[in-house]
Design a protein around this ligand. Structure first.
Ligand code: HEM
Ligand SMILES: *[C@@H]1O[C@H](CO)[C@@H](O)[C@H](O)[C@H]1NC(C)=O
Ligand SMILES: *[C@@H]1O[C@H](CO)[C@@H](O)[C@H](O)[C@H]1NC(C)=O
Ligand SMILES: *[C@@H]1O[C@H](CO)[C@@H](O)[C@H](O)[C@H]1NC(C)=O
Length: 512
């Protein structure tokens, strides 16, 4: 009777039962975190004065993981205001020391004894690509890659890339549209799709129009994979997404299976050598495919998005567009008998500055190391901090130098000539606190782990923009439209991507 009474008074219905059930589950989850947390509390007590300020966040164990994942740039800016250029945050049970003073970056980048690059890279490799390479020697791989992306090999790759870009651009204009009609697309899809397919054909092979793997299939699967990549890295996939991720990954492994096998595969010499190296290391067929997906990501994941931001900034900044066009048209007017187009395209200071400026605004990788033995970090201002073994160290050049108002005036604005001197030469003098900076923008990382494909990437983007501007009339559908916002969940994963897209239309140039 009493229970019935109180049931009535409380007016418990199904909904309330549901809510209570949810509270119960949340409470249990919370207690799991509290228990995980107990393991780390002992450590916290031992933190000493000499260590960077520690900010654990309010949620047990998880610490700042949620805020970090939602918008790392916003979160780290908040921490910078609170603690300064160095601090330690707790993220999903890990302690991460974040360093945001570019004058002190070399203390981290140049120490490969106390600070290890490969361990965290292996964690990500396993999470994203489900890949373990037990007998792998990163130094050998690096040497092999370098050899194929420099000098004469680079020229070969770049001219193959040029051919593929040209024929894909011609194709893009053709299907179901006549010469007077506009094609419409989103700028991001347009750039990503074209550069991905051209890059895939150049490095992984599979000529167009024959029976080999169609680059469009690979591209479409890859985009699905790309959308889940940050969640895979953070292990925050929902059960349904996990299933999707697994099936998309499996499909990509299948599509990549023939790449790099022998002369007939149409793959680049680089990929054939890479595959050979894997075989020598004893990697089985399955492992080799997984490694190919990793290489697909490293070589194709950043170029398309970079070209998108650059073309987008040019379309929304008429003065910059005019300057780049002027430079390109003076190149196309030069005598091609004396010097081939691709060689003439090597000297483009205005374009190079516009690209550097684009990457300053849109390249946001983390540079992460694991502390494998205790280290005293000496900052440029003379201060010293103790780094603890087992913690991670993370540089985030996007906040500083790239978006640092002390270094770059009006850092949010696209200024195509930011990296040019008055006399048209490349500007390399940038300062912070009176000190000339070695690192004033860092889209390619730095040191021994910096990007191996930098030159090839720059050549590809330059060719792409040149071809698009010379072959197409391209404009925004809405002439007032501005650039879309950044997708804030991607900070830390290389090139940023937009949230939504910029609608464009295009047709062949000189049409009637
Ligand atoms: C705009 C385009 C690109 C950007 C912004 C970019 C950026 C980067 C960054 C920041 C890293 C260092 C990652 C780290 O420190 O953990 C890196 C590594 C790498 N990049 Fe790029 N990259 C681009 C295009 C390319 C291309 C086209 C290729 C190949 C053809 C390439 C090949 C590589 C390789 C192989 C590594 C690994 C180096 C290592 O393991 O030490 N990248 N890239
Ligand atoms: C091309 O498209 C325009 C607009 O849709 C149409 O008016 C024209 O007749 C088409 N021309 C040809 C040759 O199909
Ligand atoms: C082309 O591919 C299809 C499907 O994979 C296959 O059935 C066909 O035999 C192939 N043709 C040639 C000429 O290789
Ligand atoms: C933002 O990026 C994430 C991760 O790549 C993706 O899953 C999500 O769909 C993107 N959001 C928008 C609005 O594009």
């Amino acid at each position: 009777m009493a229970t019935r009474m109180s049931m009535c008074q409380l007016n418990i219905n199904e909904e309330t039962v549901g809510v209570l059930f949810l509270i119960n589950i949340l409470f249990k989850k919370y207690m799991i975190l509290v228990n995980k947390e107990k393991g780390t509390q002992q450590q916290d007590k031992l933190r000493s004065e000499k260590e960077p300020p520690l900010d654990k966040g309010v949620i047990p164990w998880l610490g700042h993981a949620l805020e970090f994942g939602r918008d790392a740039a916003k979160f780290l800016n908040r921490m910078k205001v609170k603690h300064g250029d160095i601090f330690t945050v707790r993220v999903a049970g890990r302690y991460v020391t974040v360093l945001l003073d570019p004058s002190s970056y070399d203390a981290v980048i140049e120490d490969s004894v106390s600070l290890d690059f490969t361990r965290y890279a292996q964690v990500l490799m396993d999470r994203i690509f489900s890949l373990q390479l037990p007998h792998h020697n990163p130094a050998v791989e690096k040497a092999l890659t370098k050899q194929h992306f420099e000098g004469g090999s680079l020229s070969c790759l770049s001219s193959t890339m040029h051919c593929h870009l040209q024929s894909l651009l011609l194709q893009a204009q053709r299907p179901c549209h006549n010469q007077t009609d506009w094609n419409t697309d989103g700028l991001f899809s347009f750039c990503y799709s074209l550069l991905f397919r051209a890059g895939y054909l150049t490095l992984f092979g599979g000529e167009q129009n024959n029976n080999r793997t169609d680059p469009t299939d690979v591209y479409e699967e890859y985009r699905k994979f790309d959308n889940l990549l940050t969640k895979m890295a953070r292990t925050t996939l929902k059960p349904e997404e996990k299933r999707t991720a697994q099936s998309v990954r499996g499909r990509l492994w299948e599509l990549l299976a023939p790449a790099g096998l022998g002369e007939g595969s149409g793959s680049s010499p680089w990929l054939r050598d890479y595959r050979h190296l894997l075989q020598e290391e004893g990697a089985d067929e399955e492992t080799q495919r997984r490694a190919l997906l990793l290489q697909l990501w490293a070589t194709q994941g950043n170029v398309g998005p970079a070209a998108f931001w650059l073309l987008g900034f040019l379309l929304t900044n008429p003065e910059a567009m005019r300057a780049v066009r002027r430079e390109f048209s003076s190149i196309s007017e030069q005598d091609s008998a004396k010097c081939p187009l691709l060689d003439r395209l090597q000297h483009t200071p205005v374009f190079d500055s516009a690209l550097e400026e684009t990457l300053r605004l849109s390249a946001a990788p983390f540079i992460t190391r694991e502390v494998v033995q205790e280290k005293t970090l000496q900052m440029a201002n003379g201060q010293e901090y103790q780094l603890r073994r087992g913690d991670r160290v993370c540089l985030f050049p996007f906040i500083s130098p790239q978006m640092d108002p002390e270094i770059h005036q009006e850092p949010q604005r696209f200024k195509y000539e930011r990296f040019l001197n008055k006399d048209g030469s490349v500007k390399k003098d940038f300062f912070k606190g009176g000190r000339r900076l070695k690192y004033y923008t860092m889209p390619w990382g730095a040191g021994t782990n910096g990007c191996v494909g930098k030159r090839f990437a720059i050549n590809s983007i330059r060719q792409f923009v040149y071809l698009v501007l010379s072959h197409l009339e391209l404009e925004r559908c809405d002439s007032e439209a501005q650039m879309p916002e950044v997708n804030s969940s991607r900070y830390g994963f290389g090139m940023l991507q937009p949230e939504g897209d910029l609608a464009i239309r295009y047709k062949p140039r000189h049409s009637h």
